[in-house]
Design a protein around this ligand. Structure first.
Ligand code: GRF
Length: 191
């Protein structure tokens, strides 16, 4: 069985889609959801999805490495970042080299990097007068949003778009593609 841990910091709509996609998968299982924000809605989603959810703080994530120890105890093979806002510790990147996947709500390399998350991304895309935006699914390396791009999908940016209306269109792309891209990569790597 290939085991996945999903990290999220916010609403968790992508985490939910990923759990649902692999619910009855023969080879892949979402083992746990990990969250760095005790107020995040993803915690409620995990409860209703009946998936274990571990909340952690900066100490546990960076200095104590207790999150990394938990991943090892749970025999996690892949880490999925689904709206997770902290930089991954170097030790974890090395330990899970090539096995950490992130989704970014823009067409990288543009509109990526530190501080480019959530509505900040969509505000910047609209302010720049872009005609299209989209999603980027990529491997995670030492720097924000710089790893190998695995998949991109585009959507239009409308004249009258607000960050909210553009975010909604992009969420639809995320929910349509993220779990499938993860599955394709995991199965391919596992052959
Ligand atoms: C998504 O837009 C994703 O691209 C970005 O964070 C957002 C997470 O949304 N990394 P949700 O918490 O999965 O609803």
């Amino acid at each position: 069985m290939i085991r996945i841990a999903v990290f999220a910091s916010g609403s968790g709509s992508n985490a939910e889609k990923i759990v649902e996609y692999f619910r009855n998968h023969i080879d892949v299982k979402v083992e746990i959801i990990l969250c760095n924000n005790p107020k995040a809605f993803v915690i409620e989603r995990a409860a209703s999805l009946d998936i274990p959810c571990q909340i952690f703080n900066r100490d546990e994530f960076y200095s104590l490495s207790s999150v990394e120890k938990l991943l090892i105890e749970r025999k996690i093979d892949w880490i999925i970042l689904a709206g997770f806002l902290w930089l991954i510790p170097q030790t974890m990147i090395k330990k899970f080299s090539g096995k950490i996947i992130n989704i970014h709500p823009a067409l990288l390399p543009a509109y990526g990097g530190k501080g480019m998350y959530g509505r900040h991304v969509h505000e910047a895309v609209i302010a720049a007068g872009e005609k299209k935006s989209g999603i980027s699914i990529h491997l995670v390396d030492e720097e924000y949003d710089r790893g190998k791009i695995l998949f991109q999908a585009e959507c239009e940016v409308k004249e009258d778009d607000t960050p909210e209306s553009l975010a909604e269109r992009i969420h639809q792309l995320e929910h349509q593609y993220f779990a499938r891209v993860i599955a394709d990569l995991i199965i391919k790597e596992n052959r």
